[in-house]
Design a protein around this ligand. Sequence first.
Ligand code: UD1
Length: 416
Amino acid sequence: MRAISVKEVSKLKGNIEIQGSKNTVLPIMAATLLSSGVSVIYNCPDIDDVAVMCQLLACLHVKTNRVGNTLTIDTREAAYEPLPLSLTGKLRSSVLLLGPILARWGKARIGMPGGCAIGLRPVDIHLEGFMKMNVDIRLHRDILDCSTFHLQGCEYHLRFPSVGATENLIMAAVGARGRTILRGAAKEPEIVELCNYLLAMGALIEGVGTDVLIIKGTDVLTSCDYCNVYDRIVAGTYLLMAAAIPSDITLTGIDDIHYMKNIIKVASQIGVSVVKMENCLHVQSFGKVDGGDFETGIYPEFPTDLQPVLVAVLAKAKKDSSVTERVFEKRFGIVRELEKLGADITVKGQRAEIKGNTELYGHTLKAADLRQGAALVVAGLFSRGYTTVTNISYIERGYEDIVRDLQCVGAEIAYV
Ligand code: UD1
């Protein structure tokens, strides 16, 4: 089993090129199924989740071809097939194929999605929305059997602004008959990107970027290309990391910081100075973390995906801090591992209380989900001596090469 070994570092200096966004590209890959043609996706990250999505598309006779960070998707010979649990179980986003498959073929037999073990992560909102659209759904031994005579536009209020359910229902609605109104929709940047991509394909969507989306179904969608945005969570990982280590680094490939406002705000509060320059962020710090009380939330609040990195960095703060998790009900998997480094953290329900002024000492740690794994690597950079992070396949689901990135800023880090 591969692992990452990282040594405590005294300063970080250099450039990191920020990869393309995972959470944006996965729904857009699913959306290519809505038309028959060839789509080119630029700046597509070379990560395991994208590779699994390609395998799922291959089950549907879709051809994909990667050259560098350009992914070509050819849906001209796409044909309906059931999607096996052995593949869908590897990825939460496999469920995003349900909407496009139903829009294209009116039936879907698909294994339940997998993904990181962060809370229950049910798909009831996705399914309730599909049922409103006239889909008959049965679940038997983790296989969803769905069929519809035709998808019918509907009015649906999501009980929680689930990102995935919003994406899935939008993709179904663009191929449904009549008008769909989604209320209580998620407004994450990835949804805006998906809507803009669908609009370019010929979809009719109003209210993009708001929590009420009005979608008129159409059957004339054409394939189109997409230039992927940078990954705001990967950028945020390195931005927060800078708080705990004296830093003078540049994050390149960041053209627009609109979607990072709250991440930059929190980074600034804990001691990072961030200056936007052309196509990059210049990041400096003295490596002295200012503690505080923070909360995750739905966009535009601080993203839950960066909560493990924030908790890790606050373990180095000068004073006590707290982080309250408002999106997932069980997302403090980082705490047990940080305790092995010497961190003093108490979890009370959805809130982690983190003692300041603690010395952290390198240890062997185990990644148990994507963002927690990345946070452990970051923690290794500011823990005495050496830290080894095992189970790194979780990290490779979403980070192209965290070792390469951190070497670029002078870290002593390697695969072992
Ligand atoms: C997406 C992101 C993930 C991020 C999350 C929240 C992708 C590929 N993943 O995940 O990185 O952490 O948004 O920003 O884009 N829920 C239900 N029923 C449902 C769906 C969700 O109860 O049918 C609950 C979940 O258990 C969770 C909350 O809603 O507590 C948020 O989930 P959701 O927004 O759906 O996250 P994902 O789309 O899976």
